[in-house]
Design a binder for this molecule. Structure first.
Ligand code: SF4
Length: 474
């Protein structure tokens, strides 16, 4: 933007001096000069990424033109375009023609949400005086069969906790900027206290919304630290912890490449549990797998992108988990079979228990494993005794009343042992009962699956049973 024409390199230097290593610069598809400049910047600096979109307040463009522009800039800069944005609704304007403007903005917003689904990108959402309409549109997006790839409600400005809650329930992150430091924004400061730390992002919105004491001046990235200070103080959280966590949240949402030690959603938090995503490999190729639906892959769970660039090592997993600090349970789950990395799984579990006990002075950390129960078939040995003692509870997907149905819906990929897959799962359940405190068998309610029969198998084996809804993840 013109505001940075004369001292852009000084702005970057101040940013770096503050320890800010990466930035996202919004690219506006509605303004040719600005988008060209953005492309020049992301190609000149490894650490700057962009989002592409048409802001609701931009001059309106025809939808086919937006598509062409998006495709043009995206295909030439795939690694650096990390989202579709800013897109959204902004009704802050004189009442004249507001009805017509609303209609056009909604059409534009929905179209760009469609682009995000098609290109499997998260969205950066701008909402002003339009929360109700935005929530309605985003609810449809979250349920869209084309896929939901997460998003952030940028520069959140509502002081209504129910609105923030609606977005979080849908899987969105909430982002705060300099306006949270303004004297009169008591409501916003109250709202942030209710938002889970693992759902918070921070930003500057440069050149706008400079935090106090710079209010009214040009804003720049180095000042994001003042937003962090304010939120850390309001939430009574150590600054360094919130710093690491807001970076992790950013990586989890945008899957930023090139951040040393961070991998897209290696660890993500839902409620009091941190989920560990060790691998994207599977022993099965289930017909009902949410990651392969409608001929497309979708690795998004509740706004977290679980597609791994590479499988993380033990220390990378451990540091990703401990960027969260208020959790009671760790779950090995993700969009892959954790026992395919059984040695890493065991090392991570042991290390997590030890560090948690050192930090909290107690050994209360519960570790759960969600598995297909095929580890013994894969390794051709009884692996369960190795897991007993480090795993406190195990949830095993049985999914079928007999071997034929299992092969049909779970499609085991361990071909030479295919006939034995179902028996091996049953055996794994029996062994788990001997070595692991809590054992639960699960089944997804697909046509042809005899849920009461499977529940009865669980009962006979002396373990719990949980019936899972088709297409419900996270
Ligand atoms: S085991 Fe889970 S992640 Fe793997 S294919 Fe089956 S449903 Fe998908």
């Amino acid at each position: 933007m013109a505001e940075f024409e004369t001292d852009f390199s000084d702005v970057l230097l101040r940013m770096s001096n503050r320890g800010i290593t990466h930035a996202i610069s919004i690219g506006s598809l509605a303004q040719n000069e600005r988008i060209e400049k953005t492309v020049e910047i992301i190609n000149s600096y490894d650490f700057i990424f962009t989002a592409l979109g048409v802001h609701p307040k931009s001059l309106y463009k025809d939808l086919p033109d937006i598509f062409k522009l998006f495709e043009h800039y995206y295909s030439a800069n795939k690694k650096k375009v990390i989202a579709v944005g800013e897109i959204g609704l902004d009704y802050f304007m004189p009442k004249k023609n507001l009805g017509e403007v609303k209609t056009k903005q909604k059409e534009l917003f929905k179209f760009q949400i469609g682009l995000a689904s098609a290109y499997r990108l998260p969205i950066i959402v701008h909402v002003r005086d339009a929360y109700e309409d935005a929530i309605g549109i985003l609810k449809d997006y979250v349920k869209s069969p084309d896929g939901f790839f997460g998003g952030v409600i940028h520069c959140f400005s509502s002081d209504d906790p129910a609105i923030a809650e609606e977005f979080i329930k849908m899987g969105f992150f909430i982002s705060f900027s300099g306006n949270i430091t303004y004297k009169k924004n008591e409501g916003l400061r109250a709202a942030v206290k209710n938002i889970p730390n693992e759902k918070i992002l921070i930003e500057t919105d440069s050149p706008y919304l400079a935090p106090a004491p710079f209010r009214g001046k040009r804003n720049e990235p180095s000042r994001v630290s003042l937003v962090l200070d304010t939120i850390a103080e309001l939430k009574g959280v150590e600054r360094g912890k919130l710093d690491a966590l807001t970076v992790q949240n950013t990586v989890n949402l945008f899957s930023l490449n090139g951040i040393s030690g961070f991998y897209p959603s290696v660890a993500y938090k839902i409620g009091n549990s941190v989920y560990v995503n060790l691998t994207n490999k599977c022993t099965n190729r289930c017909t009902f797998c949410p990651k392969y639906q409608n001929g497309k892959s979708n690795f998004n769970v509740r706004g977290y992108n679980l597609k791994l660039d590479k499988e993380p090592a033990v220390d990378e997993v451990v540091s990703s988990v401990f960027r969260y600090y208020d959790f009671k349970e760790v779950v090995f789950c993700g969009f892959g079979e954790p026992t395919l990395r059984i040695e890493t799984l065991k090392s991570v579990a042991k290390t997590l228990k030890k560090i948690y006990a050192d930090i909290h002075g107690c050994s209360d950390l519960k570790i759960r494993l969600d598995t297909d129960g095929l580890a013994n078939a894969v390794y051709e040995r009884n692996t369960v005794p190795e897991l007993g003692g480090i795993i406190d509870s195990v949830s095993i997907s049985l999914n079928a009343q007999n071997s034929e149905h299992y092969d049909r819906i779970c499609n085991p990929q361990i071909l030479k042992k295919r006939a034995k897959a179902y028996d091996s799962v049953l055996n794994f359940i029996g062994e788990s009962k001997k070595y692991i405190k809590e054992v639960t068998v699960t089944a997804v309610d697909l046509p042809g699956t005899d849920i009461p029969y499977i529940a009865n198998i669980a009962k006979k084996l002396g373990v719990d049973f949980r019936h899972r809804k088709y297409n419900k993840v996270g």
